[in-house]
Design a binder for this molecule. Sequence first.
Ligand code: 3PZ
Ligand code: ZN
Length: 344
Amino acid sequence: MGELLVGKHVKYIITVEKRKGDFESVVMEHLRLNGAYWGLTTLDIMGKLSAVEQDEVISWVMQCQHESGGFGGNIGHDPHVLCALSAIQVLALFDKIHVLDIDKVSNYIAGLQNEDGSFSGDIWGEVDTRFSYIAILSLALLHRLDKVDVGKAVKYILSCKNVDGGFGCTPGAESHAGKIFCCVAALAITGSLHHVDKDLLGWWLCERQVKSGGLNGRPEKLPDVCYSWWVLSSLIMIDRVHWIDKGKLVKFILDCQDKENGGISDRPDDAVDVFHTYFGLAGLSLLEYPGIKPIDPAYALPVDVVNRQKQFPLMKGGLRYQCCNIFIIMALSGRNKPKADPGF
Ligand code: 3PZ
Ligand code: ZN
């Protein structure tokens, strides 16, 4: 079995980040902010986030913000809730959420909730449980879940549950691993996982593993590296990850590496892209592959970043730094306290 080529994947991500104007970049133009989240999270879990110019990235992210408070996929693009989440996630990676006007962004996201508890992705109104997850995760990272009706949001997600234990994008829609991930993660973040039949859903999810060891997104479909993430993270959240063959899945992901130029593809011998490189490495992280930082299955961010975000409520001006200063002053003053008089 091959090894994980960390050095080559770092080089691949950095090359893609620097490359502008070629075909792939044109296709990705409207997705640049999502691409930044995939690429930068990949670098972070490989311990190489410092390889990028942090100030340049943050300044560009902030230029993607629209006057409504939302974010577009690139400078001048129309806002969409997915781009707001990517902006928040990129800023969280750099511990820079406080550069945001938290209330402006969270009001934009909260404004996308509908009367029935569902969420639209933008002002055009398309409804999907993916947008419920994106809105709930964004607001959780900003400590602003109180701006929406969480009870109604959970009720809407549960109305998309199917008899096979899975979830679809709207009530009655077929179960699909990507949508299941969104629904299960949204339920996990809001503390509502007790509504899930874990054995029934765990059975459907572990049936996604095919002969090669890879996972597919629905019955009869080909395996794809990105489903390593959608399926595996869901299995972890419902405590049923021991129902799949982890070793065979590791082998499948490693077989999807471009051994010359780095990067990971959807399945062996296909062309690599940033999306599958991220989800491949994130999958390996969930499989506890050595040398990769652990990633949180519900927040889709490194565990240390999530803990940092959960630990301190956000306030303008960075309350956390003031807290740190107080702790440092207390520690120093403790150390300088005179002990018993040595001259006595
Ligand atoms: C890919 N998008 O609609 S997309 C995406 N897919 O913007 C990004 N697995 O043609 C890249 N398939 C590659 N770099 C693929 C993001 C899709 C997912 C397509 C895909 C992945 C199998 C067919 C939807 C979060 C955000 C968006 C998605 C899922 C999760 C495409 C096709 C679609 C898209 C982009 C490129 C190469 C990269
Ligand atoms: Zn895929």
